[in-house]
Every structure is written in C-alpha cells, then in structure tokens.
Write a protein that binds this ligand. Structure first.
Ligand SMILES: NC(=O)c1ccc[n+]([C@@H]2O[C@H](COP(=O)([O-])OP(=O)(O)OC[C@H]3O[C@@H](n4cnc5c(N)ncnc54)[C@H](OP(=O)(O)O)[C@@H]3O)[C@@H](O)[C@H]2O)c1
Length: 381
C-alpha cells in the first residue's frame, strides 16, 4: 500500500509530464484534488496548450458532483494565477468551487500570474506553500526563463564505450533500441530540439518526434522524478500528431543542402505539425567559438518562448555551451557497451571524442536502457 503523500507526488509528477512540452510559453502545471480526510484522489488536470485551460480548471472540471463544502484539498505545482490573461484567473474559479477548502502549491510564480496566494488568503481560503513535492524538475525551465535567463538546456549525448561520439565526415549511429527510445521520449516532452551546424550538415537531422517501437518501461526508481515519470509513462498515449517539438537547426551560413532540408521540414510540418527554425552562428548569432555565443543563443531561444530545450549535439556545440551551463541545466549521457570499432567504425575513420565535461561530470545516478547505460544529472546552479 503506497502512502497517500507518495501517491500525491506521483500524481503531480504524472500530470506535470502530460503538460511538459505542450504549454510553452506557459508553465507545464499539474493539479490534483484529494479528499481532505482520506487523501483519496478526486480529480486531476494538466495545463492545456496555449489558449486552453489551466491545470486547476481541468482538475476542478473533473471533480464528481455532490462533494461536501470544504471537503477537498487542491494541490497545484505552481501558485494559482490571479490575473486575467487569455483565460480568467484560476483563483476566482477556485473560490467559486465550494468543495475546495484548502489550496496547497509547491512553487511560487514570479510571472504575470503571481499574487494568487495573497488573493486566496484575502478571500478567506486556506492556502499554503509546501516543499513536499519537488516541482523543479518539471517547472525549472519556465522559472529560469521568467528570470530572464532563457530556457533550461537538456544536453543528450551518445558515446561509445571508449568515449567517442562518432567519426569525422560519416554518419554512425551509436545508440541502440533503449537509448534511441529514450531520446524520442525526451523529444516528446520538451519544447524544442536543437542540433549544431556540423551535425545538421553531416547527419541531415530531422528532429521530429517519432515514437519508437521498443517498449521502454522502467519501474525502478531513479533519484529523479522527471525520469521516473518519463519511463513510467513510456510511449503510451503519445501520438505524433498530438505533439511535435519545435525543431531548431543551427545552420552554417553556407549550407549547400539548405533548400532540400527546408523542403523536408515543410513536409514534416504539413504531416505531423511542429515548426522548423533555422539560426546561423556567424550571421544572425555570434560565432560558435565566441564568448557571446551561448548567452545569445539562450536569449534567442527564450524570445521564442521556449522553456525546455533538448540539445542533441554535436561536440562543437556542446563545447561552446559548456562555459555557461548551470542553474539546473540537465545532462544525459548514453554510454554504449560497445567500442567505436564494434559500433561500425572503420580502421581509417577519424574518431570524434566526446567533450570531457560530459564524460567527467558527477552524475546523480544511472540506469540500464537495453545495451546502453543512461547517466543523468543536473549542473550546479
Ligand atoms: N553521439 C551523439 O550523440 C552525437 C550527436 C550529434 C552529433 N554527433 C556527431 O558529432 C559530429 C558532429 O559534431 P561537430 O562538433 O562537428 O558539429 P556540431 O557541434 O553539430 O557543430 C559545430 C561545428 O559545426 C562546424 N561547422 C560549421 N560550418 C560547417 C560546415 N559548413 N560544414 C560542416 N561543419 C561545419 C563547426 O566546425 P569548424 O569549427 O570546424 O568550422 C562547428 O565547430 C558528427 O560526427 C555527428 O554524427 C554525435
């Protein structure tokens, strides 16, 4: 029997993940309403895509009728909004719902919606902030962008057992089944995917979300609620037409294949949605090797309204980003058990080494994904 508090945390994590990747520039908020006495879940909701309902409204509208006044507690990952935006303030809807006797939230909103706590208190509703659910893994990107620091980066890199990420001038796939599926799960729950110029030219990356067929489910607990939810949910209920991340390509100013690539991207947008964005280091962004590059890139991505951006390499881009990583940026290293040669490199191929900071990072933990091992961790603030 799982304790009600643990069940509540899981439910908040689950709803958060349902929202993640679908709400930017809004936050991916989770709301769970429970019975005050038993802790039993009465309703739940996740923020809908921009223009849609906030999590609190979805949860309130899912409640059964006939609940006794004050019998329910509304838990929400972010302070309820008190302002009229594209949708009416959530505080007023909460106050109009007699069943809700108390509101508990887990992160303060520094954005336009702030002031919800004061408004609820002033109207006589019991309200408190709690730290028993860690909303950071789900809301960290939004909170960071609101501070004017741009989106959170999620750096993902596949490496061979001997520490290489590929070979110069030729496409070589390092990840197998489980690791490929994991990459697709990240694409399915983050706002955008980004690759560097070398990778775009060499790999012709598409960056769309394509659910893998490999069953990926891990009941093992990690030290990370975001990963726990990601692996527990797997591909169930995910449809490529329901969701596509923004596809961001750092393109060389002179890229011979650009027209063809743009045509393919237009086809992908027509078929499954999402959007392609091209940015050129050395033209409309500072040069990749320059000190201003990472800050300018983050600012551009923040201006696009993105909260969480998945960076899928290559090494030149990761090295350029290294110097300004921090404040909760996340790292995922997928390490194969095979060497570069065993993965198909020829004797005369020139190996591309993984950036040292990715190999030497003190990861929070690791878990097996088929024949690869995933190391995961966050950068210190
Ligand atoms: N294992 C993985 O998870 C993974 C993921 C992504 C990519 N990769 C592999 O990483 C390698 C690419 O890494 P990368 O460091 O070269 O690239 P990158 O990080 O995608 O892009 C950065 C580099 O692009 C280069 N670039 C600029 N203009 C270019 C042009 N016209 N043509 C080709 N390159 C240009 C620049 O190199 P200069 O400074 O030389 O101009 C710059 O340093 C490939 O082998 C790719 O398959 C592996």
């Amino acid at each position: 029997m799982v304790a009600p508090e643990a069940q509540l945390r899981r439910a908040l994590g689950h709803q958060s993940l349902i929202a993640m990747g679908r709400t930017a520039p809004n936050p991916p908020v989770a709301c769970v309403v429970v019975d005050r006495e038993s802790g039993k879940q009465l309703g739940a909701g996740a923020t809908e895509p921009p223009g849609g309902r906030h999590a609190e409204i979805v949860a309130i509208e899912s409640l059964p009728s006939g609940l006794a006044p004050g019998s329910a507690v509304l838990h929400v990952s972010l302070e309820p909004c008190a302002h009229q935006g594209r949708t009416p303030p959530c505080t007023e809807r909460i106050l109009e719902t007699p069943a809700i006797g108390e509101v508990v939230y887990y992160a303060r909103d520094p954005g336009a919606g702030r002031g919800g706590h004061a408004r609820l208190e002033q109207a006589g509703c019991l309200v408190r902030r709690s730290s028993s659910f860690n909303a950071g893994p789900f809301l960290g990107g939004y909170l960071r962008r609101l501070k004017g620091q741009g989106p959170r980066f999620h750096l993902k890199l596949a490496v061979s057992a001997d520490g290489y990420i590929g070979v110069r001038g030729r496409r070589l796939t390092l990840s197998r089944d489980g690791a490929l599926s994991f990459g697709q799960l990240l694409r399915a729950h983050l706002d955008a995917v980004l690759v560097g110029p070398g990778t775009l030219v060499l790999d012709g990356s598409r960056l769309d979300f394509r659910p893998a067929t490999v069953f990926l489910r891990n009941e093992m607990k990690t030290k990370d609620p975001f990963l726990d939810e990601l692996l527990a949910m797997g591909f169930s209920g995910l449809d490529i037409r329901d969701y596509q991340p923004a596809r961001i390509f750092l393109s060389p100013p002179e890229f011979a294949g650009r027209a063809e690539h743009e045509q393919e991207q237009e086809r992908i947008t027509d078929q499954v949605g999402g959007r392609a964005v091209y940015m050129c280091p050395g033209a409309d962004l500072p040069d990749l090797a320059g000190a201003e590059f990472p800050g300018s890139l983050r600012a551009r991505l923040g201006a696009e309204g993105l909260n969480d951006v998945l960076v899928e390499g290559g090494s030149g881009l990761l090295l350029a980003l290294e110097r300004e990583l921090g404040s909760g940026d996340r790292l995922y290293l997928l390490r194969s058990e095979r060497t570069l040669r065993e993965l198909g490199a020829a004797p005369d191929d020139e190996p591309v080494p993984a950036p040292e900071f990715m190999l030497e990072h003190e990861y929070d933990g690791s878990l097996e994904l088929g024949s690869d091992r995933l190391y995961y961790g966050s950068c210190p603030g």
